[in-house]
Design a protein around this ligand. Structure first.
Ligand code: GCW
Length: 707
């Protein structure tokens, strides 16, 4: 059962104001909040009460200039949102100003905005940037939201609505924004049969059998959510790609999505199976240097661009985890990427080549392999190839040091890939806000060009001047009503968009915004939820993989499995990583060990290399220590490990208790759904603690410290 998109933005009317209006509640009783299912994400636009009345004085008119489909979107969004926020029908969109107004558009389409002489400043902000400024036209005060292009005006509109949603003052505004990263992208791992790899929220959003004829209104809500946080690109099929997506039948379906999303500034990319010329093209080879293969990719690109003129390009996972790739033909990754890049180049497209590649013959340590392969190839890629690097060198662990490839490629643009889907972080069941994890990653200093060469700056192209920049989040929403399975997983979608826009934003600010937009502005609710979110990832690390431990899982990557020693490959086990024995535990990646630290620039290398300076959260990632090694707290390593697990399990229980204290302040449906999952989380945390400590005790032979 789908609701219409109109309902998505206006169900707010059935919220608090509706109940008051129904007359059943007097102001002295706490309001019974109407149940919410989470479908509206952070775009709820609930009535703002008194604050709304204050805003209303400044917003007596809505004036949107422009006649493009994007301008129509702005008009619809603004009216519906203000209807909800201000608690009564918003003023209808008009074309001239006769009262205090919000005026949106481009100087090209708007005389009022043209008169403000913003052109020079807007030019520095680019088509996606915008200005929000308090100004006047004639005798009326206005709030101007202006951009060079309609899409920038749309982003400005959502930014301004966010101010209202978060109850910020709007009397004197002077905001100028431009995205710090160009490609702000989602990767979906959706299979063509409707299943989702590492998806925890139901089946795929894309209804392949109904497309292109039937358009699920949910596709529009998806685009709205993305536009509201500045996401401008999406790769809709899994990187473990099925070539069928390139058949004419499916391309017509993809084109229908692309057409619908265009007004929202969202461009489609497709994951490409490297063997497509064989699988659907009838060729005998996919060798990237073969003239027939080259011609096949060119023709395929031409066909796609005829249907989707702004197609973003191809995303490729090659020679990784069984996927075909150029190495099958003794060609390297640059030769493979360039073949596809040449096909899309005439159309302005990109090839995004993933660096999640770990062939066993490159080095015995999985953590070292991608760096070795890709640093050799720097300078050999076409200008429209970008290399997409996961935040860490293993695989989205609860905590990893940043991948040494950040800052290391001078001539090849490097995109960051983070995972909002909580594959290794409690999946759809644990409350884990990842803004803090990504902040830690983005603020880490690579020292590629001396101090201050943070990962964030590298991604922005400020360390090495990249032609294109990008930030990618793997996000696997599904058909569950609340999109993400766990209500709090929505915050990771939100945070990935905000950080893609500006990698330097603070995780705390993002958590605050999201909480206000998702759960309202009640001060106790906001403080409590934001604080829970801010601690949640560290707590997860404490009860799963503290002190630099990693990959203590198996199977579906959810439950503890430190004993996992048998898998088709050694680097898919747990024992390969923790290496516990009666002597100690940890992976020696120091200069005296396997020298993985040598892949970092010298100050970072030395910091990780020395026990005295290695941050303890990475201790067992880089060092192998005896069970009685003295940690910074003075405890032995074994006792410190016990303490971490005990604390983590206790802290999970504390989150549950804190959540209970919000009963009555949050609508009953979302409160209960989160509470039910917290109960699972608390039980899981205790399981992690017990199983891991018992297992390692078999080696340490020391008593488990109980707290
Ligand atoms: O994290 C691992 C996942 C795989 C995934 C792979 C990748 C799409 O377990 O499911 O495959 O990484 O990133 O390619």
């Amino acid at each position: 059962m789908q609701r219409s998109r109109r309902e998505f933005v206006t169900t707010s009317l059935a919220g608090v104001a509706g109940l008051y209006a129904a007359g059943g509640i007097t102001a002295s009783q706490p309001p019974q909040l109407a149940p919410e299912d989470g479908y509206r994400l952070w775009l709820r636009f609930e009535p703002l009460g008194e604050r709304g009345a204050a805003y209303r004085k400044l917003i007596q008119q809505v004036v949107v200039h422009g006649s493009s489909p994007t301008a129509d979107v702005i008009r619809r969004e603004l009216t519906a949102a203000l209807d909800g926020l201000l608690g009564s029908p918003a003023p209808a969109a008009q074309t001239s100003v006769s009262a205090p107004a919000v005026v949106v558009g481009t100087p090209k389409d708007s005389t009022i905005l043209r008169e403000l002489r913003l052109d020079a400043e807007l030019a520095t902000l680019g088509p996606e940037g915008f200005i929000i400024r308090t100004a006047r036209t004639g005798k009326h005060p206005i709030i101007a939201i202006a951009s060079q292009a309609d899409v920038g005006a749309l982003y400005g509109t959502y930014h301004w609505l966010r101010l209202l949603q978060t109850a910020a003052p709007i009397d004197t505004l002077n905001i100028a924004e431009r995205p710090k990263v160009q490609i702000r992208m989602l990767n979906h791992w959706d299979n063509m049969d409707g299943t989702i790899e590492r998806g925890y929220a139901g089946r795929s959003l894309w209804q392949w059998k109904d497309l292109p004829g039937t358009i699920d209104p949910r596709y529009v809500d998806y685009a709205r959510a993305n536009a509201s946080i500045g996401i401008n690109a999406t790769a809709i099929n899994s990187v473990n790609a099925n070539a069928i997506v390139f058949t004419p039948e499916y391309l017509a379906k993809v084109a229908a999505l692309a057409t619908m999303w265009r007004p929202y500034g969202l461009r489609v990319y497709l994951s490409a199976n490297f063997a497509s010329p064989i699988r659907i093209g009838g060729l005998k080879t996919a060798d990237p240097l073969d003239p027939g293969v080259i011609a096949w990719w060119k023709a395929k690109a031409d066909e796609i661009y005829k249907l989707i003129p702004d197609f973003g390009g191809f995303l490729v996972k090659a020679n990784s985890e069984g996927q075909p790739g150029p190495k099958d033909y003794k060609r390297n990754h640059a030769e493979g990427a360039n073949c596809l890049a040449d096909a899309v180049a005439p159309h302005g497209g990109n090839v995004i080549w993933r660096a999640f590649i770990y062939d066993e013959d490159v080095d015995p340590d999985r953590a070292k392999r991608a760096y070795i392969e890709f640093t050799k190839l720097d300078g050999q890629f076409r200008p429209n190839v970008l290399v997409q690097v996961k935040n860490g060198a293993i695989d989205f662990m609860p905590r990893e040091p940043f991948h040494p490839l950040f800052g290391a490629l001078k001539q090849t643009p490097v995109l960051a890939e983070v995972q909002a889907t909580q594959e290794y972080l409690g999946q759809g069941r644990h409350l884990v806000y990842l803004g803090t994890m990504w902040e830690e990653f983005l603020r880490a200093d690579t020292y590629a060009k001396g101090k201050g060469s943070t990962v964030g700056k590298a991604i922005e192209g400020q360390v090495h001047p990249y032609r294109v920049t990008g930030f990618v989040s793997v996000l696997n929403p599904g058909l569950d009503r609340n999109w993400c399975g766990h209500h709090f997983s929505q915050s990771n979608w939100y945070a990935s968009g905000r950080l893609a826009w500006n990698p330097e934003l603070a995780a705390r600010q993002i958590a605050d915004e999201w909480t206000r937009m998702t759960f309202g502005n009640d001060p106790k609710t906001v403080d409590t939820i934001r604080d829970v979110m801010m601690q949640s990832r560290e707590i997860f690390v404490n009860y799963t993989m503290p002190l630099g431990l990693h990959h203590l899982i198996g199977g579906n990557h959810y439950a503890p499995m430190p004993e996992n020693a048998k898998a088709p490959r050694a680097d898919w086990t747990a024992t390969y990583y923790h290496q516990a024995s009666t002597d100690g535990i940890g992976f020696d990646r120091t200069m005296k060990g396997n020298q993985a630290v040598g892949q970092y620039f010298p100050p970072v290398r030395d910091m990780f290399d020395s026990l005295a300076t290695c941050p303890e959260e990475f201790l067992l990632w880089f060092h192998r220590c005896g069970w009685d090694y003295k940690t910074k707290s003075g405890e032995t390593l074994w006792n410190a490990l016990c303490t971490k697990y005990q604390n983590g399990a206790r802290q999970a229980a504390e989150i549950e208790a804190t959540w209970q204290s919000l009963a009555g302040r949050i609508d009953p449906q979302r409160h209960k759904e989160v509470a039910d999952r917290l109960a699972i989380q608390v039980a899981d945390a205790a399981k992690w603690r017990d199983q891991i400590l018992q297992y390692f005790q078999g080696f340490s032979k020391r008593p488990i410290l109980s707290k």
